[in-house]
Design a protein around this ligand. Sequence first.
Ligand code: NDP
Ligand code: DGY
Length: 329
Amino acid sequence: MAMAQELLKVFVSRRIPLEGFRALAEAGICTIGQWDSDEPVTRQELLKGIAGAHGLYCMLTDKIDEEILQAAGPNLKIISTLSVGFDHLSLDEIKKRGIRVGYTPDVLTAATAELTVALLLATSRRLMEAVEEVKNGGWSAWKPLWLCGFGLQESTVGIVGLGRIGLAIAERLKPFGVKRFLYTGRQPRPEPAAKVQAEYVPLNTLASQSDFIILSCSFTPDTQGMCNKDFFAKMKKTAILINSSRGAVVNQEDLYQALTTGQIAAAGMDVTVPEPLPTNHPLLSLKNCVVLPHIGSATYATRNAMSVLAANNLLAGLKGEPMPSELKM
Ligand code: NDP
Ligand code: DGY
């Protein structure tokens, strides 16, 4: 008589969309421990929940480092993150232990590109200021010189990181009449570049020639603090910076200086350091800085798709099968 298979132990570090949870629960191969809250799991609860687990379903807010991996113990074989970014994972430590990692590329590309375009337009056409003026009585009449901004028509757009999301942003911006796309990265990417006729240039050229600069790169030691005072000094005074990658790609003290001294025109940030940005942070006092709370992928359909993909990655890993989206390490 066949022995009943022992259920594997999984820890889910947050309340997730029902679709993703159902996929895990209905697979019938694991018991699920969960931090059942919309707020991030505390370090203490994560250390407790992960003990003895075979699989971890985590978020970009969970720092998965040596201490967590030690607490998990030797059972842990799969980490599945509900994100495409993986800078919260200590990959060296993970690799050393032979743990496989699943992540969620592609399913969030369109939503994140769309939000980046929305942030660009909100920043360049000063939508937050305009709405505020309507509410506070500052709108006295139509005025030729009031609340003017910068348009995309005939502009040069520079994209730092022409990856999945970078390309999707360029494709969405093209119909606005952008004249030139520039991009930079570790090497030229002729295939995506051809789709939007983008020119590969060094970072300095991109900084000095672009009217709009969009950060859509991954966060690595090389991109950390990439946008600093030297970078801002090269930008046009009329240029606008948009960041939907990771907050730490930008040096925020230098950005504040650049925005308050007229070195650059404006900035729109979907990501900051820290997150959340304290409500008394100097950047929040500026009219020419629009800050969003990291909502790039926040559409219902996208978050559902991410949750199911992350569940399927975890389940495939637990079964020793190829994952739908496994991170190559
Ligand atoms: P990809 O891997 O497709 O793209 C990453 C890009 O980063 C590549 O084009 C790569 O270019 C570029 N890059 C890496 N190193 C450098 C460098 N040193 N200088 C310049 N560019 C560099 O990932 P995705 O497009 O799917 O996602 C990109 C990032 O967006 C994620 O890592 C995540 O941090 C962020 N993100 C943010 C979201 C939000 O809610 N705001 C939502 C989703 C993602 P190359 O290889 O040619 O160097
Ligand atoms: C990611 O996936 O890396 C984003 O930051 C959130 O969707």
